[in-house]
Design a protein around this ligand. Structure first.
Ligand SMILES: [Fe+2]
Ligand SMILES: [Fe+2]
Length: 208
């Protein structure tokens, strides 16, 4: 039950992060209808996706060691952008007993870490979309996001997942490149693979 986790999140997240998580829970619930996902499962992933984001560096390190999390590229060391995905999956398994592989995988891969079979699953993409589209986000200071979010929302809610995913990755890559933030190689690969697939009508997303 998503709401069972609320009191836990209230203790470990900043108020702003909790608001963001509730916003993601709401949006992914709406997208679950569009993509015929299990709504409760999707909302649980949405609510918990950033559970590890406000942990102290010592707590992060402890989970990385205990769970044997491998850092697969230098970019992934950026905790705020990437590593809180895998750490978050290990953290909610450990602290909340979450054991559903779909939920854990979505939390792990929402930051483009990993290369599991579900990397391009509708659940994981809906989580990535919701993360940007949730209503408490203020993108007014970030040009790429401000300009592209209305189109991302329209594509995502119209069920046009491949195009939405290409726009999602393109927008983040352009923003990160401009701002000098590290771009995870999986983001570039996803954009390339999806663009190729769209041209040949063989999208890994639309085939599902
Ligand atoms: Fe996140
Ligand atoms: Fe998030």
């Amino acid at each position: 039950m998503p709401d069972d986790y609320l009191s836990f999140l209230e203790r470990i997240l900043t108020p702003g992060r909790l608001r963001h998580s509730l916003g993601v829970q709401q949006v992914i619930g709406e997208l679950a209808e569009v993509y015929s996902l299990d709504r409760q499962l999707a909302q649980t992933a949405g609510l918990l996706h950033d559970a590890a984001k406000d942990l102290s560096p010592a707590q992060q390190e402890q989970i990385i060691q205990q769970a044997g999390i491998q850092i697969t590229c230098p970019e992934e060391q950026d905790y705020n952008l990437y590593l809180h995905g895998p750490v978050g999956a290990a953290f909610v398994r450990q602290e909340l007993g979450v054991d559903d592989p779909l939920i854990l995988g979505a939390i792990h891969m929402h930051t483009f870490c990993g290369n599991g079979a579900n990397f391009h699953s509708p659940l994981v993409w809906c989580l990535r979309f919701s993360d940007l589209l949730e209503p408490n986000r203020d993108w007014s200071e970030v040009r790429w996001m401000r300009e592209n979010m209305p189109r991302l929302r329209a594509l995502a809610y119209a069920g046009r997942m491949t195009e939405a995913a290409i726009l999602h990755t393109s927008t983040l890559i352009e923003w990160f490149d401009t701002a000098g933030y590290p771009v995870h190689p999986n983001m570039r690969k996803a954009r390339q693979d999806l663009s190729q697939a769209l041209l040949t009508n063989r999208s890994p997303l639309d085939a599902r």
